[in-house]
Design a protein around this ligand. Structure first.
Ligand code: ADP
Ligand code: NA
Length: 329
């Protein structure tokens, strides 16, 4: 049986990387598989949050899921903190995860920065909570962007360690699904950094709530080099910013990067950026509009989350009881 689980943090707004790297793929998958889509609000606590802002961001991410095409009736759509099993299983799994495994996680090193001792324990334990999110539902597949590959490997390792320790096949080993042309969208300001919610620069990312003028401004200001577009994808290799804009264009247009490069070979970036603005606005504006409509009725969003949460909790409770049985609790 295939069961899909994935989620996004309600930290600031969702951006183009979240959309192209993950959310858009979920919309495809929901037609063929049983899917559980989560707003991972407990993960958001790993950075300092204003309570009112957090409450609102949970609704905003929910609205973005639905506006992008996730059907809240066909899928289980909920927020993580509604189901207590995430935290509980996270503790159990953390007692089966050697610290050495966590010490290898590159995202922690990046996010903790130089003053690692001041980083909170939650940021360090984040990948174990993520493993719990997935394993709580015995999910088999996890559609994510490339940045989550290492965390998924850890989830598999933890599941495997648990299964071996208790001589069971209880947890499936979840497989990452890294799909599409834009599995790693880079910052618009720095082609060596991924586009991220936690980047302090607003101009580094296009948010799903940006209006047409803001999108245009951000793309116009995006860093490039002085060369025109090449005529082969191979020639983009040492040009990370140019490569990123071509990748974004390809993903939005539903083309391959080769097709985009062929179409724009020899063009200056000013012209290419203008085409990219038109494309990005055309693709994002309807989603943004739908998000606004949904957010006008906050009570309805809360109701949908609660309904999804109850469905999620039913699966979670059964699995957690089985886990407790296995380990002697
Ligand atoms: P962020 O890293 O921006 O805080 P999340 O950690 O909430 O976002 O990630 C949500 C999903 O979006 C994950 O599947 C992640 O792999 C994907 N994702 C995040 N950033 C990017 C990116 N720049 N390119 C492609 N996918 C991304
Ligand atoms: Na991430």
């Amino acid at each position: 049986m295939t069961r899909i689980f994935s989620g996004m943090q309600p930290t600031r707004q969702l951006h183009l990387g979240n959309y192209l790297g993950a959310l858009r793929n979920w919309v495809e998958l929901q037609n063929s598989f049983e899917c559980i889509f989560c707003v991972v609000d407990l993960h958001a606590l790993t950075i300092d949050q204003d309570p009112e802002v957090l409450r609102n961001n949970i609704r905003e991410v929910t609205a973005a899921y639905i506006a992008a095409g996730i059907d809240p009736d066909k899928n289980i759509l909920f927020n993580q903190s509604f189901v207590p099993g995430h935290s509980e299983l996270s503790w159990i799994l953390s007692c089966h995860a050697p610290i050495g495994w966590l010490n290898r996680m590159t995202q922690f090193k990046e996010k903790a920065g130089k003053q690692r001792d001041l980083a909170n324990l939650g940021l360090y334990a984040y990948p174990v909570l993520m493993a719990a999110d997935i394993l709580l539902y015995k999910a088999t597949h996890v559609p994510v962007g490339e940045d989550q590959k290492q965390h998924l490997e850890l989830a598999r390792d933890i599941a495997g360690a648990f299964n071996r320790r208790y001589e069971t096949e209880f947890f499936p080993l979840p497989e990452p699904q890294i799909l599409g042309e834009a599995t790693r969208v880079m910052s618009l300001r720095d082609g060596t950094k991924k586009m991220s919610k936690s980047d302090e620069s607003e101009y580094s990312r296009i948010n799903m709530t940006d209006d047409a003028d803001t999108i245009a401004q951000k793309i116009r200001k995006a860093k490039t080099d002085p060369e025109p577009l090449p005529d082969t994808v191979a020639d983009l290799e040492k040009r990370p910013e140019a490569d990123n804009l071509v990748t974004i264009y390809a993903a939005l247009a539903g083309q391959t990067r080769e097709q985009v490069v062929q179409q724009f070979a020899g063009a200056q970036f000013s012209g290419f950026k203008a085409a990219l603005v038109d494309l990005a606005v055309a693709k994002l504006a309807p989603i943004t509009r739908r998000m606004k409509d949904l957010l006008a009725d906050k009570a309805e969003i809360d109701r949908l989350l609660r309904k999804g949460g109850e469905r999620a909790a039913a699966i979670a409770e059964k699995n957690l009881n089985d886990v407790k049985d296995i380990i002697g609790l």
